[in-house]
Design a protein. Structure first.
Length: 396
């Protein structure tokens, strides 16, 4: 475990057991110093010269390559910028243009709502008989009919942690002539992925969860390299132009993955993310995954033995589960607020799911054992059943 555990690289308050990296990763200890340097030496002293002199304009591709090494893609196939919702829209619109004779987008009922919202908005704008079809997660492969233009799925279910078989679903999509889009928000930095080997056309993901880029960190988009020079970017932003500083009034897409850039890169957030990605230097993702599974198994066994009123809501088989464990409890919101009060940080997802994320970069077996003990005490003594823990906040 010593080759994976890098607890000293992260800022976690004393006494806190942070099991919420699947929602927001902790701040790497080097971030404040790097940000101070960037603000003082780059923005402060270089001002606009920083776009060239400090390499700001190249950040989206440079960090894209760092992320590509974590998700299993070649250099030059991932680019950063904008939000995950924008990247979902961009990938889906581009996919639909690749199959102009088809009118159905297929997803599943466990997909993250914003992905479905973006699809509904796009398809509603297009009209022309376009529809979004959702089926149960285990029904996806057999539901890819000849009218499906694109299959759009989140790889790991945000509630339960259930994970799709990427290769099998992608193969089924291709056999039916559909384009494959994966949302890796709950996968990137947590699972050992071979995205390029899957042959999926597109993938998107956020960087503030397991990649620890900070709140609001930019999203990424992957395009399979053989398509990168021909795919239509749909959102034809200035920085996706082949020569943005020629100020050509006509849009001409950039080369390769560069055409998937849209707006001005958020340099402050990208600087934070680039610093955070150093935690993955030298990390074997297969080994990280193995440690994650071991921590999850320890947690499941301990909670089921000592807090039997909580019901496992994640798949029991580890190969069907991402890097989180979810338990169902009728008073799950209050129970999670009590956990947070007692220093075990997870989160709640309606209607009754308590989520706990396992990130071996900064969580070890001792942390898990302490978490089990605290949660068991909270549940056995009904410490959650206090008015302050039932009061709903905006973010759960």
């Amino acid at each position: 475990m010593s080759e994976i555990l890098k607890k000293e690289m992260f800022t976690i308050p004393k006494g806190m057991i942070y099991l919420d990296g699947n929602s927001l990763g902790p701040m790497p200890v080097d971030v404040p110093g790097r940000m101070a340097q960037m603000l003082s030496d780059e923005w402060g002293q270089m001002l606009i010269k920083g776009w060239n002199g400090a390499g700001w304009m190249d950040q989206p591709a440079r960090i894209g390559d760092q992320i590509g090494r974590v998700i299993g893609t070649p250099d030059g196939s991932v680019v950063l910028g904008d939000t995950l919702s924008i990247k979902v829209y961009q990938a889906l619109a581009s996919a639909l243009m690749m199959r102009p004779d088809r009118r159905v987008v297929l997803s599943d009922t466990g997909n993250f709502p914003t992905d479905l919202y973006m699809a509904e908005g796009l398809l509603g704008m297009l009209g022309q008989g376009y529809t979004l079809r959702t089926v149960a997660p285990d029904q996806v492969a057999q539901s890819i009919t000849p009218d499906v233009a694109a299959v759009m799925l989140t790889h790991v279910d945000y509630r339960s942690g259930r994970v799709h078989d990427m290769n099998a679903v992608t193969q089924a999509a291709h056999q039916a002539g559909a384009v494959m889009i994966w949302d890796l928000a709950h996968s990137a930095g947590a699972l050992a992925l071979d995205l390029h080997g899957s042959q999926a056309e597109f993938a998107v993901g956020c960087t503030y969860k397991y990649l620890n880029g900070g709140p609001g960190a930019p999203a990424f988009i992957y395009v399979r390299p053989d398509l990168a020079d021909t795919v239509k970017p749909a959102l034809s932003g200035w920085l996706g132009h082949r020569a943005p500083f020629d100020f050509d009034p006509r849009y001409q897409p950039g080369q390769g993955i560069e055409r998937m850039r849209v707006g001005t890169p958020p340099v402050l957030q990208m600087t934070t993310l680039e610093c955070a990605m150093q935690a993955f230097d030298g990390v074997d993702m297969q080994q990280l995954r193995a440690v994650s599974v071991a921590l999850q198994e320890q947690f499941i066994a301990g909670i089921e033995a000592r807090a039997p009123m909580l019901t496992l809501a994640s798949p029991r088989q580890s190969d069907q589960r991402g890097s989180q464990v979810s338990f169902a409890f009728d008073h799950g919101y209050a129970a999670m607020q009590a956990c947070i009060h007692h220093g075990v940080i997870g989160d709640f997802r309606a209607p009754n799911i308590m989520r706990f994320g396992f990130t071996p970069l900064y969580i070890d077996a001792d942390d898990v054992e302490q978490a089990i003990e605290r949660i068991a005490n909270i549940m056995a003594d009904r410490l959650w059943d206090q008015p302050q823990f039932h009061a709903r906040q905006k973010v759960t």
